[in-house]
Design a protein around this ligand. Structure first.
Ligand code: ASP
Length: 313
């Protein structure tokens, strides 16, 4: 059997052990575990990295703990507008959706854009028309209603602030985190893939779109270099073209994955105030999970090693 590897994230931010309950920690750990093992099973059985990242992200989207799919945060108008993207390193094909509502699994719609349209990024009502055409699974408002998210919106409305999932004065248990989800994988054929999905920011308006559906910013995959999925303050990640920057440092400067991640996450992003992190895997299956925030929900597994699940620094 050839080597395979997979990593996932469920968001980064101020996630402190001191403010986490044992029960909540267990629920997050279990959610991450379940998602990564579902992706790993596909890789172990000779499936593609594309199938593995889609499956892992779908499970995270179905879990209300994470800010994607079911657990997506509320917009200013009390709705859910989700962004997602996917990219295949084998041929650089990619697909993304932005500002979609009522889609149960935005990552699968992004994959449909990649494989069943001539486009890369579809947004808003046009994306919804496309969703109907490809029979994407639709869910009603009550599926996306999560009490904790609703309370976050009420607090954000009071202070008229736009908040990244949980921010300091808008969250439970004193944690500040970005709850976007993502996965990267290398399959036994040597092909890389990345996927990212998010509900964006609580109280967002004016059709705000973050980095998650922007190929090169929140998501990138190229068999020559690496696959990357980001989480954090999207505006900074777009300005830094984070995912592609890591790939470029490997391709044009010959850096290792670790060196590239250190420069981008721990130096370049920090200098402009871009809080967050990412998961990355290179063509050899090396994995890096860097973040410049207090914590990041994350997990990794490869064909030889044990499962690692982490939350704190
Ligand atoms: N990057 C996402 C955005 O800005 C947020 C997150 O990672 O939680 O929309």
């Amino acid at each position: 059997m050839s080597r395979y590897a997979i990593a996932i994230h469920g968001g980064a931010g101020t996630i402190l052990q001191s403010t986490m309950t044992a029960e909540k920690e267990k629920a997050y750990t279990e959610g991450l575990r379940e998602a990564i093992l579902s992706g790993e099973t596909i890789l172990k059985n000779g499936g593609t990295s594309l199938d593995a990242v889609e499956m892992a992200v779908r499970l995270l989207e179905n879990n209300p703990l994470f800010n994607a799919g079911k657990g997506s945060v509320f917009t200013n108008a009390g709705k859910h507008e989700m962004d997602a993207s996917v990219m295949y390193g084998k041929d650089l094909t990619s697909g993304a959706v932005a500002g979609v509502s009522h889609i149960k699994n935005p990552v699968s719609l992004a994959r449909a854009v990649m494989q069943q349209s001539d486009h890369v990024l579809l947004a808003g009502s046009g994306a919804m028309d496309f969703a109907k055409k490809v029979n994407a699974e639709i869910a009603e408002d009550d599926y996306f209603f999560v009490q904790m998210r609703y309370e976050q919106l009420q607090k954000a409305l009071e202070s008229d602030s736009v908040v990244l999932d949980h921010t300091e004065d808008n969250f439970e248990h004193g944690e500040k985190k970005f709850g976007t989800v993502g996965a990267v994988a290398l399959d036994q054929f040597g092909d890389l893939a990345a996927a990212t999905s998010t509900g964006g920011m609580t109280n967002k308006k004016f059709g705000r779109i973050g980095d998650s559906p922007v190929i090169g910013a929140g998501t990138y995959a190229n068999n020559k270099t690496c696959a990357v999925s980001c989480t954090g303050h999207g505006e900074f990640f777009i300005r830094s073209v984070v995912a592609y920057d890591i790939s470029c440092l490997i391709e044009y400067k010959g850096l290792s994955l670790k060196e590239a991640c250190d420069i981008v996450v721990m130096d370049k992003l920090v200098k402009i105030g871009g809080e967050g992190g990412l998961i990355a895997i290179d063509y050899n299956g090396n994995i890096e999970l860097p973040f410049n925030s207090e914590g990041m929900y994350r997990a990794k597994k490869n064909s030889e090693g044990d499962l690692f699940v982490g939350i704190y620094k």
